[in-house]
Every structure is written in structure tokens, then in C-alpha cells.
Ligand binder design. Structure first.
Ligand SMILES: Nc1ncnc2c1ncn2[C@@H]1O[C@H](COP(=O)(O)OP(=O)(O)O)[C@@H](O)[C@H]1O
Ligand SMILES: [Mg+2]
Length: 250
């Protein structure tokens, strides 16, 4: 895996109004790309397109130069997406079955499936939930189960839609561990997020989606003002710091 590339992506749900009007991004292996932008600008839509679940009316998505659609036909497990709303993802009777679902569809023997499920659950700290029905869980627990159900097959490209919502410090720590692990193992993460800490802490590239188009910058060339210009809330402690610094003429 070298690079995921989206070029000149146009998309409309209705056939009239275009949500994406020439969006583009490049995500090289071993990097995290943060996708920011106002609510309703099309972040989730773009992630669904990158996952091959929606087809753009125009534009091209390639992995190492080859069409994503052709690659997915050969190997569906190369891309995994964790939806914005965990309720859209979870449909099995128990958490165990939820995590086992993808390896079972890949036709792996049950003994191997069990090993994968237990390892993944352990990694995300959700072993105690394995026998529970997903609908009984809290949103934060559902988020971790949804992540586990994708992580279990180790997709080369992991798409995370607002991964920090619903999570407490522990859950967030687990997600952050996974993100860093992905980087180290030369895989690709693209995450839509409104969380400035996630952007500053983990993103190598930042893309802002607005009016259907993306503007991307490497982290080192992105100022806080640029990152937060459209939608990202600045935490109050940071605002205080900025005010204090500017008060000192810094
Ligand atoms: N299935 C759908 N059918 C019609 N319109 C949709 C559908 N899903 C999303 N939209 C619309 O597309 C726009 C972009 O939505 P979305 O990609 O969810 O934005 P974001 O994730 O940035 O908040 C919104 O105006 C939303 O209402
Ligand atoms: Mg969204």
C-alpha cells in the first residue's frame, strides 16, 4: 500500500444539488488525514465514497493508481469504515457475533474467528461486553464495538467518522492507541472530526471541506486559525491561552 487518492469527486444524493463539487485528497501510507468542515458539508458522504459504499457521479478514487472499485471487487477487506452513528453499524444479536461477523464472512474457521474476536475485544477493553446485545450498550460502548467489528480484519485503510464522539477518557485513549498503531504499521487513516485535540495530536494532513471542495495542508503548514476557520470548536482553555498570550503582545 502506497497511496489512496481521490480526484475531482462530485456527488449528489438527489440529482439536483451537488454535495461534493470537485473534492480531492491524497493519503499516503503511514499517515493520518483529518477531514474537517461544517456540519452537513459532506464529510460522511466523502468517507462513504472512499469506502466504496457510494459511487461518485464524477471523479476517481485510486489506490496506488488502480481503481478502488476494482480493488474492492477482489478484496473487500482492504477498506474499513466506522460509521458516525454506531446504530447504523451494529446489527448482530451479541457483541461477540458483531465482531465475528466479518471474519466469518471471509470464511475463516470458527477457532480462528474466536481468537481474532477475543484479541480485538481485549485490545479495545470490551471483553466484558462480548455476551451482551449491542442495543443494550451505551453509545460509547457501541462506538468501541463498531470499531472492533472493523478492526478485527485489519483493513489497510481505516475510515473513522467522528471517532471521538460518545467516548470517555478511557475509550478515547483506546482510539488514539489504534490511530498511532496504524501509523506505525504503515497503514492509512482518514477521520472526519470536530475534535481539535485529535487533529493536533494525530493528523499528518488536514483537509477542510467546504462548499463541496477540499483544501488540504500538511499539519506543519496548518495554523490553528486555518484549522478552526470553518467549524472546529476551540476548547475554552485554549481560547484563554490565546487571549493571555495576545494580551502580552505575543
Ligand atoms: N442519504 C441521504 N439522502 C439525501 N441527502 C443526504 C443523505 N445523507 C446525507 N444527506 C445530505 O447531504 C449533506 C451532507 O451530509 P453529510 O455527508 O452527512 O455531512 P457531514 O458529515 O459533513 O455532516 C447534508 O445536507 C445531508 O442532509
Ligand atoms: Mg458526518
Amino acid at each position: 500500500m502506497k497511496k489512496l487518492k481521490a480526484e475531482d469527486i462530485w456527488f449528489t444524493y438527489t440529482g439536483e444539488e451537488y454535495i461534493l463539487k470537485g473534492a480531492a485528497l491524497e493519503a499516503p501510507a503511514g499517515t493520518v488525514t483529518a477531514l474537517a468542515g461544517p456540519t452537513g458539508c459532506g464529510k460522511s458522504t466523502l468517507l462513504l465514497i472512499l469506502a466504496g459504499l457510494l459511487k461518485p457521479q464524477r471523479g476517481r478514487i485510486t489506490i496506488n493508481g488502480a481503481d478502488l472499485a476494482d480493488i474492492l471487487e477482489e478484496d473487500r477487506s482492504i477498506v474499513g469504515i466506522v460509521f458516525q452513528n454506531p446504530d447504523d453499524q451494529l446489527f448482530n444479536p451479541t457483541v461477540y457475533d458483531e465482531i465475528a461477523y466479518a471474519p466469518r464472512t471471509l470464511g475463516l474457521p470458527e477457532q480462528e474467528v474466536r481468537k481474532m474476536v477475543l484479541e480485538t475485544a481485549e485490545r479495545l477493553g470490551i471483553t466484558h461486553l462480548l455476551d451482551k446485545p449491542p442495543y443494550r450498550l451505551s453509545m460509547g460502548q457501541k462506538r468501541l464495538v463498531a470499531l472492533a467489528s472493523v478492526l478485527v480484519y485489519q483493513p489497510e485503510i481505516l475510515l473513522l467518522d467522528e471517532p471521538s464522539t460518545f467516548l470517555d477518557k478511557y475509550g478515547l485513549g483506546k482510539v488514539e492507541e489504534i490511530i498511532e498503531e496504524y501509523k506505525k504499521t504503515n497503514k492509512i487513516i482518514i477521520m472526519a472530526t470536530h475534535n481539535l485535540d485529535m487533529v493536533l495530536g494525530h493528523a499528518d494532513n488536514i483537509c477542510i471541506l467546504q462548499d463541496g471542495k477540499t483544501t488540504c495542508r500538511p499539519r506543519e503548514k496548518a495554523t490553528i486559525e486555518w484549522i478552526t476557520q470553518t467549524s472546529l470548536p476551540i476548547p475554552s482553555y485554549m481560547l484563554k491561552l490565546i487571549k493571555t498570550c495576545s494580551g502580552r503582545g505575543a
